[in-house]
Design a protein around this ligand. Structure first.
Ligand SMILES: [Mn+2]
Length: 305
């Protein structure tokens, strides 16, 4: 029985790397029927890492109907590949919050930490297995990217431990310098249209009938981003579909700060929660980098009854 391993739509490196890593882990266990695939286009960072380490990028499959699958790095149905309702979901491995109401996998590995690649690395370590050089490098880059160089609020000791294990194999030198190199590969925003920037990594949230979108844009050059055109585009999106709030976080993983752009009728509620004025739809926030851990809880607080 062929079993396919895949990450979420609009995949980041963690999604593709953890799929490739899990395939490799399974192959070493003798389960050669596992195969990593992807359901969407990859980003330039993923392309760079895989070609650096001469590793084939998982094959694109647009629809996973009738396939046996392992979902890595995602549980939310909105992130799943097309056809998931008709797929046989055997296993889930993720580091996000649990959303499994609609599926019943046989095996579940969920632990809140900095990246799914951390959990895959831990599987190798638990079985005392050798990690191939290319896979070690792919997993290492996946952890560093997703955990913002081990500095995201989601990072736990396990991430640090697994990076140390991997770096014994990879020997990339200084982890922070290497992380910076990784972040630079993702700074491709100048090549995208404003709508694409907003939709590249967007989450739509509904709480008690209130709709909020939060886009995250990671960049080392947030000062170069055209906030005015982002505001205009968000307003346009709100004409197309009225949301209570549309938020774009321009986060800088090195400076560890955020320029938050907000549009919508509930800006004053967000101001109250932030205890800061949002002037002309923009506010600067020091030490805010995580949508999940820092901004989403504010939104939940605003709309929970
Ligand atoms: Mn991830």
């Amino acid at each position: 029985m062929k079993i396919y391993v895949l990450g979420h739509k609009k995949p980041d490196l963690d999604s593709i790397a953890s799929a490739a890593g899990y395939e490799s882990y399974r192959h070493q266990l003798g389960d050669t029927n596992y195969k990593a695939i992807r359901c969407d286009d990859i980003n330039p960072l993923t392309e760079w890492i895989f070609s650096n380490f001469n590793t084939e990028i998982p094959q694109l499959v647009n629809d996973i109907s009738n396939m046996n699958v392992v979902l890595v790095d995602h549980t939310y149905s909105e992130n799943r590949a097309d056809g998931w309702e008709r797929a046989n979901i055997l296993e889930v491995i993720d580091h996000h919050d649990v959303k499994l109401e609609d599926i019943v996998p046989q095996r579940i590995t969920i632990r809140p930490c900095g990246s799914t690649c951390t959990l895959i690395t831990e599987k190798f370590v638990n079985f005392n297995m050798d990690i191939p050089f290319n896979i070690a490098n792919i997993l290492l880059a996946g952890i560093l990217d997703d955990s913002l160089g081990l500095k995201s609020p989601t990072t736990i000791q396990l991430d640090i431990d697994m990076v140390n294990v991997l770096n014994k194999i990879c020997k990339v030198g200084d982890i922070q310098e290497y992380s910076l190199e990784i972040f630079k590969k993702k700074d491709i925003w100048h090549t995208l249209a404003t709508r694409e920037i907003i939709e590249e990594d967007i989450r739509n949230i509904e709480i008690n009938g209130n709709w909020v979108s939060i886009s995250q844009v990671e960049t080392l050059n947030s000062e170069n981003m055209d906030t005015d055109s982002i505001i205009k585009e968000l307003e346009l999106m709100n004409i197309e579909k009225d949301f209570n709030l549309r938020i774009v976080m321009l986060t800088n993983p090195v400076e560890r700060d955020c320029i938050l752009i907000a549009v919508g009728k509930d800006i004053n509620l967000l101001e109250n929660e932030l205890a800061k004025e949002i002037k002309d739809n923009v506010v600067y926030l020091k030490d805010i980098v995580s949508r999940k851990k820092q901004v989403l809880p504010l939104i939940e607080k605003i709309y929970s009854v």
